[in-house]
Structures are given as C-alpha cells and as structure tokens.
Design a protein around this ligand. Structure first.
Ligand code: KIV
Length: 273
C-alpha cells in the first residue's frame, strides 16, 4: 500500500517527529548523498533523510567512514537539500570535526547549517561528546545522537559485531541515551544492538529512537539507500532487507545498451536528427 502523502504534514520538523512518537506512528529514514536520489525518496514520502558519513563507503569507496572530510559532507548535503521539499535533512558530522573540542564542534556544525541549509546534525557518542553537543545546541542547531555500533570508532571496536550484548556495555548505552535526551538531542539512532535493548531505550525515552539493526520495537528505522536498493552487493548484515536488486537491473540495462551500439541498433531512425 503506498503512503497517502496528502494526509502527511507538508514539512517534517523535529516537532512533527516528536508528535509521531507520541501517536505511535513509525518514522521512516533513509540515507541520500546526491540531488537525484534525494529528490526521488523525498517525493516517495520518506520522513527523514540522513546525509550519512556512509558516503565515505558508498560514494567514495573507502573501507571506513573515517576519511570523509567536512568539505565533502557539505558538498553531499547541499546537493541533497536542493532536492528536498518535505523531509527533514540530517547531516552526519564527520570524524575529526567535533571530537577535539566543543568550539571546533560548534564551528563545524555552523558550517554545515550555513553552507547546506540542512535541518539538523548527527554526532556519534555519549558522555564523551556531551560538551560538544551542549555547545552546538546553544547555537539553536538540532542534534541527533548515535549510540551502539558507532562506525567512526571502528578502530576501537576492531570489528562490526553486535554491540552492548554484555551487561556493562548495555548499562552504559542506556545511561548515554538518557544523557543525550537530557542534554537536548531531538532523536537518537541506535545501531546494531540487541532488539530487547532497543525496545528498552525506546520505552524509557520520550524522544524518537531510530534503529538500524536495533529490532522492531523502536520508533523508526533507517537503512543505507544503496544497500536497501541492492546497488551495493558485498554488505549483507542480518538487519539489511534488500527491497530491490538494482545492481542486476543496471548491469542488464548497460549490457543492452552496449549490445545495441555494437549491432548498430542504437540510435534508430527516430532517435536522430
Ligand atoms: O552514515 C550512516 O549512514 C549512518 C547510518 C548507518 C545510521 O550513520
């Protein structure tokens, strides 16, 4: 069943998301990194668009999210914002742009807001980055948190396995989630944690909790667009549902194009002047 856009709010804001949580309406979020894709998913009715630092993997081909720069994130985000009429656009603050000190964090967040026109920023971490979050919020910039498997810390974790399986890490995650809410974050992404922990956090917190591999009892879900469309092929975590096999469709379209050229079937009489 397609979503009736006429029944939905014209523009998604952090307040609209809060109301959705109160109503028990699930929130749908996807990543986008460019104008054309952002335009399609915004018109399809997605609530939130994340200009994720997964652009580092998906768009630039790096192994991790560490190398992508603030300038590169700003380029991706401004392309997305130009396409979007309805969704709330959230931009990942890249590694190195907020961990150093809170003044640098504020300057990076201000650049993102001024140079892209996005509606919010996302930062990875809990207590360790609280000072940066406070400073960004003090400038009136909405902040989304990100806990659990935080890919910018991959070299600390050493592996992409499920986080917070043991009691100690689970306790810290719940404490961090409460801290982010008290500090003023409007929402939190929980990545790759046990479903019962995702459910607990969503139940205890008033702000919307968006999961990626955090089970179904959270307030919304996010996936990387290129993964769910089947453009990427070599990444198959359990939480990923592929809604399409676009890689195969693109390959077949390109094969047909090549064949038509080789056989002098493209362009035909109607396709020339
Ligand atoms: O960068 C990203 O795409 C993300 C999502 C996985 C939540 O942070």
């Amino acid at each position: 069943m397609s979503v009736a856009l006429a029944d939905k709010p014209k523009r998604i804001t952090t307040h609209v998301l809060q109301e959705m949580k109160i109503r028990g309406e699930k929130i749908a979020m996807l990543t986008a990194y460019d104008y054309s894709m952002a335009r399609i998913i915004d018109r399809a009715g997605i609530d939130l668009i994340l200009v994720g630092d997964s652009a580092s993997n998906v768009m630039a081909g790096y192994e991790t999210t560490i190398p992508i720069t603030l300038d590169e994130m700003i380029y991706h985000a401004s392309s997305v914002v130009r396409a979007v009429e309805r969704s709330l656009v959230v931009v990942d603050m890249p590694f190195g742009s907020y961990q150093g000190n809170s003044k640098e964090a504020l300057n990076s967040a201000i650049r993102i807001m001024k140079e892209t026109g996005a509606g919010a920023v996302k930062l990875e971490g809990g207590k360790e980055i609280q000072e940066s979050i406070i400073r960004i919020l003090s400038a009136g910039i909405p902040v989304m948190g990100h806990l659990g498997l935080t890919p910018q810390s991959i070299h600390k974790f050493g592996t992409f396995v499920v986080r917070a399986r043991d009691d100690e890490e689970a306790k810290k995650l719940v404490e961090d989630a409460h801290l982010l809410e008290q500090t003023g974050c409007f929402s939190i992404v929980l990545e790759k944690i046990p479903a019962r922990l995702g459910a607990q956090v969503a139940e205890e917190l008033k702000i919307p909790i968006i999961g990626i591999g955090a089970g179904r009892y959270v307030d919304g879900q996010v996936l990387v667009l290129h993964d769910m469309l089947g453009i990427t092929q070599d990444f198959s975590p359990r939480f990923l549902r592929r809604y399409h096999n676009l890689s195969q469709e693109i390959t077949s379209a390109v094969n047909n194009y090549i064949t038509d050229i080789k056989n002098l079937e493209f362009p035909n009489d109607k396709e020339q002047y």
